[in-house]
Design a protein around this ligand. Structure first.
Ligand SMILES: Cc1cc2nc3c(=O)[nH]c(=O)nc-3n(C[C@H](O)[C@H](O)[C@H](O)COP(=O)(O)O)c2cc1C
Length: 324
């Protein structure tokens, strides 16, 4: 599968997730075989206003998979301007957010608000493609705004016409937010309506989930978000599934804890201990899934302030889960 000029290795893509998919998270996903990774969403408006924090979201460091920067915005001109403003950073492709359901984003006309106005979504895609130079552009969207406004097929066609090279479709409407259950049939309609590669997204927690969703939708691949948090090895399992090979087993707990430690240590190196440790709390929680005493361990994650706290937590995890 290709993303414009970029040849993608077989594997699932890491979904963009604000507050989670920083450089450390992306690096782990890439090492385990993610076919590409995407930044947290970056505000086009903030970039054009010279905001100093936004560029920090773009930094990638070492990463062995193609990497896209995701922009969100509601105006074609601002999106085009932001596209040019970040061109000097080190990344492989642009991604446009047409799926975020957060009231603040939607209220500004961006994210999944664009599902209500496919013509505007298409115009934004065109502005970004025109400003992107040689870099390809992908779009991440939902299936519509609500049950009455299932606009994904129309928006997908407009994006393809604008020169977008790949689509990722989260199988929920904006109104459904993150409620359990997705609509593979509508993702399948998008796949059937365009020639560019389409990735299916939503509720993939195992390689079997990925296989089923690909079969249900006919999509070229899948994108995984929450299922890969605290479980980056899921990418190696999906990769094996796609290649028809035996799935590598989930790593033993000691190795999983070593991955958690490495992820947080990388965050500390890149952002400093204060910022990194406060952000690490929500990432660490995901590594506690399925463990004995998980509620108490999750509470301990919420109190992490230093690497010493993390080491104490890991010791507690191993002591209380000798059989995992
Ligand atoms: C905490 C969180 C943050 C997210 N941030 C973004 C984002 O910045 N950009 C985006 O396009 N989607 C974002 N999403 C949506 C995910 O990329 C994905 O579409 C959604 O979680 C469904 O996939 P999953 O079931 O595999 O998690 C976010 C989701 C979560 C849970």
């Amino acid at each position: 599968m290709k993303l414009g000029t970029i040849q993608l290795a077989p594997g699932a893509a890491l979904a963009p997730m604000a507050g989670f998919t920083d450089a450390a998270q992306r690096r782990l996903a890439a090492e385990f075989g993610a076919c590409f990774t995407v930044s947290e969403m970056v505000s086009a408006k903030a970039l054009t206003l010279g905001d100093k924090k936004s560029p920090k979201l773009i930094y990638n460091g070492e990463n062995c998979a193609p990497y896209g920067v995701q922009l969100f915005g509601a105006e074609p001109e601002t999106m085009g301007e932001a596209t040019k403003l970040i061109a000097h950073y080190d990344f492989d492709f642009y991604d446009i957010n047409m799926g975020c359901p957060a009231p603040k984003i939607v209220g500004s006309g961006a994210g999944s608000a664009l599902m209500k106005d496919p013509a505007l979504g298409g115009a934004i895609a065109k502005a970004v493609v025109q400003a992107a130079g040689n870099r390809p552009v992908s779009v991440k969207m939902r299936i519509g705004w609500n049950e009455e406004m299932l606009t994904a097929v129309e928006l997908a066609k407009r994006c393809e016409d604008a020169g977008v090279a790949l689509l990722a479709v989260h199988g929920r409407t904006r109104e459904e937010m993150y409620r359990p259950g997705i609509h593979p049939d509508i993702i399948a309609q998008v796949k059937a309506a365009v020639k560019i590669p389409v990735l299916a997204n939503g509720d993939i927690n195992t390689a079997e989930d990925a296989k089923r969703l690909m079969e249900q939708t006919g999509c070229d691949g899948v994108m995984i978000g929450r299922g890969a948090l605290g479980a980056p090895w899921l990418f190696s399992q999906v990769k094996a599934m796609l290649k028809g090979r035996e799935l590598p087993p989930t790593p033993p707990l000691r190795e999983r804890m070593a991955l958690l430690r490495r992820q947080i240590a990388d965050m500390v190196e890149e952002k400093g201990e204060y910022v990194a440790m406060s952000q690490s709390r929500s990432s660490a929680v995901y590594y506690m899934r399925g463990l004995h005493h998980a509620p108490a361990l999750r509470r301990a994650c919420g109190c992490l302030k230093t690497m010493e706290d993390l080491d104490a937590l890991i010791a507690q995890v191993l002591q209380e889960n000798p059989d995992v």
